[in-house]
Design a binder for this molecule. Structure first.
Ligand code: ZN
Length: 245
């Protein structure tokens, strides 16, 4: 059965390659629609797309989120044909980032040094500590330019189904930090998912003896949002969390 398909594939492939060469395209990117991707790759494992090094570049590009085979090929060809100097700069930046970026010892965000610039900045308020799940959340809050306190990155959220317990997060270090340092307000900015809410509740229980004010990010109507299109959960939260004008 496989042999029959193989023969069929080869015939199809030759036909397509002929058509591609006629159009000046040198890469065989055609995937017969009647094969699964795995079978296609199995059948063509002896072949290379262009060269072994090109294949390796495509393979490595595919580790990026949302980048499939076609996108990776397009990126590799784009770099090779039009952006070689930028490609070299990209390779160097990638090399330096992977070698030199470490976890900040204070907040567990990313840093070039042992302590990150946000933790070192003397203009920030030590009394405000914002707890987030990931470094991406730090970036999101920083982009609002409305917060001037410190951060603490948990490294995820509690998720018993995925086997993520408190020991897998930086919760012990957070408790230690609020015991050692005077934190006037702890802002629990974990996600609004069930896991995020559970994590916030767990932290609140763990630190409430050491911090007098524990707050949670407000939930409700988004900017520019029409009430009629909101889900009832969000609208219900907005009604509960209403504020004075
Ligand atoms: Zn830091």
């Amino acid at each position: 059965m496989v042999l029959k398909k193989h023969v069929k594939y080869k015939a199809f492939s030759r036909q397509k390659q002929h058509a591609e060469h006629k159009n000046g395209v040198v890469i065989d990117t055609i995937r017969p629609h009647f094969y699964s991707y795995d079978l296609y790759m199995k059948l063509k494992k002896e072949d290379t797309l262009l060269t072994a090094k090109f294949d390796q570049l495509v393979k490595q590009l595919r580790i990026l989120p949302g980048v499939g085979q076609k996108s990776a090929q397009r990126m590799a060809l784009h770099l090779l044909t039009k952006k070689r100097p930028q490609g070299m700069a990209l390779a160097q930046a990638l090399d330096e980032a992977m070698r030199d970026i470490v976890e900040c010892q204070r907040c567990h965000s990313f840093s070039d040094e042992a302590i990150c610039p946000l933790c070192q900045d003397p203009r920030r308020d030590d009394g405000l500590l914002c707890v987030v799940e990931t470094a991406a959340d730090v970036m999101a809050i920083e982009q609002t330019a409305g917060y001037r306190g410190r951060y603490f990155v948990l490294g995820g959220h509690l998720s018993p189904l995925d086997g993520i317990s408190a020991d897998d997060l930086n919760i012990d270090q957070l408790v230690w930090r609020v015991k050692q340092e005077p934190v006037a307000e702890l802002i629990l900015a974990t996600g609004t998912t069930v896991e995020g809410q559970t994590t916030a509740h767990f932290i609140s229980e763990a630190v409430n003896r050491h911090v007098s004010k524990i707050t949670r990010l407000a939930q409700g109507v988004p900017m520019g949002g029409e009430l009629e299109y909101l889900d009832s959960m969000t609208l219900g939260q907005a009604m509960q969390n209403r504020s004075f004008l």
